[in-house]
Design a protein around this ligand. Structure first.
Ligand code: MN
Length: 290
């Protein structure tokens, strides 16, 4: 029988702040100081859930750059419109995922969709930053619009299921193309459902609880809202037993194990590369929005 991934700790938000005027986020990392244990993931912001009042001017975050990694946005409630300097644009609705590879650099904006903004209502998103290995930090930007219908689900019993956004579970493959091995599963459990997940040995891993009450590995209570259970790279097995209906995001990935130098929206390997990124952005080399 495969060994269990051990629980390294349970974390609440290390920081709570607004991103622009559209994303009231609770940050689970890097604010908790677990950079090494969660490599290749760099950042996770959980926005909302929050009710937005109707507004003729969409809320969000205006033109800003990224270089050296990928931004992955998972929509739970509400809708977000994206536009970037490499010519890609799209709107994500509940169940959709946007996987944007900034790599050598893009400038983009992330706004509440106009119709959603006008109507107002509950808004809930996660944005996850996935690091790129040195060899791909200066690759061409890429944009993957993963629609709800493209994301396959694995039944977990008693009405529970996992939607496979990236990677593989029980032989079911997710649609996202990744640069290093990454699993990303949107997991929904019903009260009373029990699930066993197999995550690769050697992958760093975490389970984000959006809300609910789950017992991890038979003994650890993961309950409430906006919590992260950090798991060991050793072992493969994780068991989940839901005491209430629960929404979870399961992530695992092979650590990149390279130096990380970060400055706001730029994540590179050295200070020199950060200086270069700022210069390139100021010189317009990451492009502009039309
Ligand atoms: Mn951004």
């Amino acid at each position: 029988m495969a060994a269990t991934k051990k629980m390294l700790g349970i974390y609440g938000p290390g920081s709570t702040h607004w991103v622009g005027d559209g994303f009231p986020v609770r940050n689970l990392f890097p604010s908790n100081g677990i950079e090494k244990e969660i490599d290749p993931f760099l950042m996770l912001d959980y926005a909302g859930p929050m009710d937005f009042k109707p507004s003729n001017r969409p809320h969000g975050v205006g033109e800003h750059p990224h270089r050296g990694f990928e931004t992955v946005t998972i929509a739970y409630q509400g809708a977000v419109e994206h536009r970037d300097s490499s010519g890609n644009s799209g709107t994500i609705y509940p169940g959709d995922v946007q996987w944007m590879t900034a790599a050598s650099g893009v400038v983009h904006e992330e706004m509440h969709e106009r119709e959603f903004a006008q109507k107002g209502g509950p808004f809930e998103m996660i944005q996850l930053w996935v690091n790129l290995p040195k060899a791909h930090k200066m690759s061409k930007p890429r944009y993957q619009a993963l629609q709800k219908e493209q994301i396959p689900a694995v039944e977990l019993g008693a009405g529970g299921y996992a939607r496979i956004i990236a990677g593989e579970l029980n032989g079911v493959q997710g649609p996202a193309k990744t640069f290093t091995p990454v699993n990303l599963f949107d997991v929904r459990l019903k009260a009373g459902s029990e699930a066993e997940l197999n995550l690769p040995a050697g992958h760093n891993a975490g389970i984000v609880l959006l809300r609910g009450d789950v017992v991890v590995n038979g003994s650890q209570a993961l309950q409430g809202e906006a919590k992260l259970a950090l798991l060991s790279a050793d072992g493969e097995r994780v068991s989940l037993a839901a005491k209430q209906d629960s929404i979870l995001l399961v992530l695992s990935g092979e650590p990149i194990n390279e130096p990380v130098a970060s400055y706001g929206p730029f994540v590179m390997n050295t200070e020199e590369e950060l200086v270069q990124a700022v210069e390139d952005y100021r010189a317009g080399k990451m492009g502009h929005l039309n």
